[in-house]
Design a protein around this ligand. Sequence first.
Ligand code: CMX
Length: 461
Amino acid sequence: MAVLQSLNVCSRLLRTHRIQWISRLSSSLSLRETLERIIPEKQEEVKSFRAASKEKVIGQITVDQLYGGMRGMKAMLCETSVLDPDEGIRFRGYSIPECQKLLPKAKGGEEPLPEGLFWLLLTGEIPTENQVKEISKEWAARADLPPHVVGMINSFPSNLHPMSQFSAAVTGLQCESQFAKAYASGISKTEYWESTLEDTMNLIAKLPPVAAMIYQNLYHDEVVCPIDPNKDWAANFADMLGYGDSHFEECMRLYLTIHADHEGGNVSAHTCHLVGSALSDPYLSFAAAMNGLAGPLHGLANQEVLLWVTKCREQLGDEISDDQLRDFIWKTLKSGQVVPGYGHAVLRKTDPRYTAQQEFANKHMPNDPLFKLVAQLYRVVPDVLREHGKAANPWPNVDAHSGVLLQHYGLTEMSYYTVLFGVSRAIGVMASLVWDRVLGLPLERPKSMSTEGLKKLVGAN
Ligand code: CMX
């Protein structure tokens, strides 16, 4: 008995030491080494799960879903994040407040570094401060733009929307694709993820200078400042935009973290996955995603919110009563428009990305008049939308709040806001694209039906 007990103690000690040793080892690995450690295990898990469960039914499709934008249809895979209708987004299982608490921060800062979220989305693990610093350094080192892209951005006409400039410039970067080169050289399918990761790192690194050039050309005619290799990605971006004070840097860290990923079915994520499934390279896949993000029902809603709120202030002044606000909202609805920043295809409660921004505003700009108006809208809009009776979700989404923060710091050019969303969205959709290649996901090709075919299928006249 005594021998057994001491054997148990020994094995527990060995296990504890092994766990400590593994976690010490893990915390010193690079991103690529971490992925190399994780990938074989995950591939095996998916392979055996798929083989054991391939006939299991996970849902049914109704005629209404076919005409209704496939809402609720479980039809795709996304490993990086999951969206719960009531709770909102979880990145690899972590809520936004948990990410705010656990992800590494800049020295003296309170908001998480987007580099840390990228690591989490790719690996499922919370990185150490050093690991995040390495990513910041790598992105700073990879940020140079090829001369033809600089020339291209400089020659865009000022009436080309910033999102069109952004997506065109990303397409212009495509000649740098390591994936396209590797594919052309005939690499094996099992190696696709490695060059996809290289493209992902290069693309994310280059997005801030691309976006900053577009901003400076359109609104300030200033030259974009060089990257500082000692600063993090968001702080460099803030500098390049010309707003390099520590509060704006914190705002950008939060902004670029919370907009990064919203599971797989939203238009930008789904587009990136779909285009990537044709083995179009990461640059082409991301440019396509940005063309989807540019729609007013998706990412452009942050521009729409500011236009709408500005119109409200122009018509009603700064002191607006709840009754006046109610009338203004009704006017919008009666003219057949949507209330921008409210409603969601999946969410049924206030978007936690809205709440995170509200908390930031409460901390940093409690007396900002625009923040007060947005808070007043939060009190008034949901009841109006309920009475209107159409929107399944009367609560605000991420876009209802982001413009307020940017306006406060002087970034007032609302037609630019979706570009910031796009820079952030790269983190999520590109991490997903790497996993698409890790798991060897095939060409996406669902079956479409005609109304005639559907009628026959369900036995309708
Ligand atoms: N104001 C007025 N009407 C709204 C509404 C809103 N904010 N949200 C939904 N509705 C309407 C829809 O237009 C639809 O009307 P019809 O039946 O006449 O077509 C009806 O309510 C039912 O729509 P739903 O099932 O609640 O919402 P959907 O899943 O079809 O659409 C979304 C979701 C986001 C497109 C919609 O809520 C909307 O247009 N919101 C305003 C735009 C916006 O904020 N978009 C940003 C979303 C977040 C993001 O992707 O960035």
